[in-house]
Design a protein around this ligand. Structure first.
Ligand code: HAM
Length: 406
């Protein structure tokens, strides 16, 4: 559960500001749901057979002996909130952000507390929403300079297709049970679909002759998947991946994941898909649902910040031991005049020379120096801190103008 320091968060702010602009242009609005939910919510949504619920939930009994869990993901809470507000018949375009918790084995790119920013489109059936969400994903990646990635995509059919496939996979694999790795034997009894992304050699070998999932999904579903791929193939590396089944049980229809080879073993920096049955499953009315979530710690690794994100820093230097009421007022006026500039004050005082040294060390491009003399005459020295930079004496109005026009 990493701590995040100011120097880490610079990149986060940059990423978040790009995302906010994009969400705005798609008219996607924020929803905030609690970090704690009843444990049952996750067993009924993410699924009892998933690793996330089986092994990774942070669950405990509250004072009333009810089992509650720290959320491992955001979609279930959003659907619960909409059901509770009786809004399943409406249409919602929502985004959320915040920490998620999974008791996983920590490694590079995998944490026990990590952050997601997710988007859910509720009330829209298969069709335009898939196009819109994938184009949003592409715009997000482009806005932060990610170009070297693969968008894996698959169609999981409807609940019937999934069920029929799983049944025939079980019939096919049961005589070979002993050849399967222990972990895959459990998967076969709990969630056979997950066998498709097994990394075990014996399973991969057996699956070569097993029933194929693509034979169970409808022609329409296959065509829709192909249409999606052809619509985006000129804009990104989009590839159908038959083994993409995702680790959460609620998906039906299109599923996708963006992966980057720059990330190492944990290469997926976002994932999502359609989950039309979840509202029903949680006791709500039927509600078409599709969404995705970005793993912020992972995507941050890939962000390239452009120069527009760099803020100008100005050092505010005064010879007085403490910033007096008058100098404080000057600093205040400057900050009010231009919020995009960082005005750094050196609250511990020190000589003008030592404050100038600090200003340089802190990366200030300019310094405003107000000594006793300047203060008396309502003036300030404006000093360019670049090599061979000049300095000039300004009255206070000129100082504000200079500051506004930086
Ligand atoms: P997910 O694939 O489990 O999907 O998580 C989404 C992303 O969160 C992953 O692609 C990854 O980048 C990041 N992530 C997951 N676990 C960790 C971890 N332990 N440490 C760091 N990053 C991690 C979901 O959570 C679905 N709720 C997505 C969704 C939204 N589907 C529909 N709507």
């Amino acid at each position: 559960m990493p701590d995040l320091f100011p120097e880490d968060l610079d990149r986060w702010y940059y990423f978040e500001s790009k995302l906010l602009n994009i969400f705005n242009s798609f008219n996607v609005n924020e929803i905030r749901t609690p970090l704690l939910e009843s444990s049952e919510l996750f067993s009924r949504s993410v699924g009892n057979s998933s690793d996330i619920v089986n092994k990774e939930l942070y669950s405990f009994l509250d004072r009333n002996n009810e089992s509650i869990s720290l959320r491992p993901e955001g979609s279930a809470g959003v659907i619960r909130a909409i059901i509770q507000k009786k809004q399943e018949l409406g249409r919602h375009k929502l985004w959320y952000q915040g920490p998620m918790f999974r008791y996983e084995r920590p490694q590079k790119g995998r944490f026990r507390q990590f952050h997601q920013i997710g988007v859910e489109y509720l009330g829209f059936d298969e069709g335009v929403s898939e196009y819109e969400l994938i184009s949003m994903v592409l715009q997000i990646n482009k806005s932060i300079g990610i170009s070297d990635y693969t968008l894996k995509i698959n169609h999981l059919g409807d609940a019937h297709a999934k069920e029929n496939f799983c049944k025939s996979l079980v019939i096919f694999l049961e005589p070979h049970l002993k050849e399967l790795h222990e972990k895959d034997q459990v998967r076969l009894s709990h969630n056979p679909l997950r066998l498709l992304d097994s990394k075990e050699k014996s399973t991969i070998e057996l699956l070569k002759n097993a029933p194929k999932f693509e034979d169970f999904i409808s022609v329409e579903s296959k065509l829709f998947l192909e249409d999606l791929v052809s619509a985006f193939k000129n804009e990104c590396d989009i590839q159908i991946d038959q083994s993409l089944v995702r680790g959460l049980d609620y998906y039906t229809g299109i599923v996708f994941e963006a992966v980057s080879s720059e990330l190492g073993a944990q290469d997926a920096f976002l994932g999502g898909g359609r989950y039309d049955n979840l509202s029903n499953q949680l006791g709500g009315k039927e509600m078409h649902s599709i969404g995705f979530a970005i793993g912020v710690e992972r995507i941050i690794e890939l962000v390239s910040m452009d120069d527009s994100s760099k803020k100008i820093k100005v050092g505010f230097i005064t010879s007085e031991q403490r910033i007096s009421q008058k100098t404080y007022k000057i600093a205040d006026d400057l900050r009010l005049a231009n919020r995009s500039i960082i005005l750094e004050t050196f609250l511990n005082g020190g000589s003008i020379k030592s404050q100038l040294r600090k200003a340089n060390k802190h990366g200030c491009s300019f310094a405003i120096i107000i000594g006793q003399e300047e203060l008396k005459n309502n003036q300030a020295i404006w000093k360019d801190l670049s090599e061979d930079g000049e300095q000039e004496l300004l009255n206070l109005q000129e100082l504000v103008n200079q500051y506004i026009n930086l």
